[in-house]
Write a protein that binds this ligand. Sequence first.
Ligand code: NAD
Length: 514
Amino acid sequence: MDKVTPKDVFQANRDRAAPLLAKLKAESIGHMIDGKIVPSISGLTFETKSPIDGVVLANVARGTADDIDRAATAASLAFKSWRDMPAVMRRKLLHGVADAIEDRADDIAVLECIDTGQAHRFMAKAAIRAAENFRFFADKCTEARDGLNMPSEEHWNVSTRVPIGPVGVITPWNTPFMLSTWKIAPALAAGCTVVHKPAEWSPVTADLLAKLVKEAGVPDGVLNTVHGIGEEAGKALTEHPAIKAIGFVGESATGSAIMAQGAPTLKRVHFELGGKNPVIVFDDADLDRALDAVVFMIYSLNGERCTSSSRLLIHENIAETFIAKLTARVKALKVGHPLDPATEIGPLIHERHLAKVCAYFDVARQDGAVIAAGGKPYDGPGGGHYVQPTLVTGAHSKMRVAQEEVFGPFLTVIPFHDENDAIEIANGVNYGLTAYVWTGDMGRALRVADALEAGMIWLNSENVRHLPTPFGGMKSSGIGRDGGDYSFDFYMETKHVSLARGTHKIQRLGVSSS
Ligand code: NAD
């Protein structure tokens, strides 16, 4: 048998995508409300285009407050029976969703590549991760209501949890399918019904998710998807009185806006926001492994990743040699068509995002930093929103390129003198999502981890997600934690129930004889 070449895989990916794209174009994308695909009440639509070549992939229903109201009503009507369904049945249905995602993982991967520009090597894994998210939370359905037993002398005190009600989930465009499942699966496992507002720049796989959930037998109205613009459909969702909580992933500024929008209806909010995450490399680290992790954690997923390490803090003793090796690696990264298995960096999601990332090339120069690699748009296949992977050196921590989230394949290198200096630079930003530390000294690793202002810290490792662990950020990077049982703290109300064990003394009022 002939060996399968990367060229064959590229062609197979294109062949897989072609009929899916034809169907998408012919059918267009509607909302999923109460188990039915419907257009917007207003009849409005918007176009979604591929970042590879600007081709219009589909017309998408553009939801407004009226569509959100329909979806929130459907989610409210479906809530009671979904909440009261035996947990083992909910578990079975959510495993069914995981099976359906696995069955369609190859389709999901190619559609995600074409709608977002992400490279296939990463999207193939992301689709499988999405199934794992559903499977993990399916298995947690039966423990969602678990509580504590806190007996006192006179009373038997227990706590239990109940789902909060219909919730809104608002998601961004980076790795959108996987990320949506990460928010939606725990909400459904908790017994909540959901109105999902996916990002307007990546509606394609959100539409597929809604259909797969329905096909898996999840009752109508349990997951509703309303497409549209953030300031229209998204805003209306955060303001709707029937929606009890908003799980949001996106920019910090949008999080602030959502908090204000949700205030009149006292929304519970959970925010996963931006980051300017440091990777700190000490001179006693395994430098080969550190180099692999540094490159992976900013240049994978186009750098469009909230947990990317976009600041490299390098010990001054090793800065020169490490940066030389790093520069060679960055220059060798393969920018190309997302469906090509050899591609490491695809086009950025949108022309506006490309313009934002490219603007930081000038910011770097104005700041007085040096562009050691990249620094220009890239003329890639299809003529889309490609950019050269970029490395900025000669930076210090007060520069804008060391403070602001670029959200592209853009790494800023800052040298440090000692442990305290590294900690000060690492913490000297508004964000606090993740941090990565490379050192051979375990005492130092733990000391630094203790001092870092970040919700998630990896020592001698890139970001490796373990689903039961808490996921979330400090400072402007977020409010609340997801993952394992932490997700249920958000999607559920904790109730205390107290039963008198005997006939304890009750103060008697109104019985005075005088
Ligand atoms: P964004 O904030 O512009 O949009 C996110 C979502 O919010 C979209 O669905 C959008 O339509 C909606 N939205 C916008 N304005 C709204 C409003 N006023 N009311 C309600 N909804 C509104 O973010 P983006 O550009 O799509 O995504 C990139 C950002 O997401 C980056 O900052 C990145 O760091 C962050 N992110 C964070 C995490 C995390 O876990 N911390 C994960 C992924 C992405």
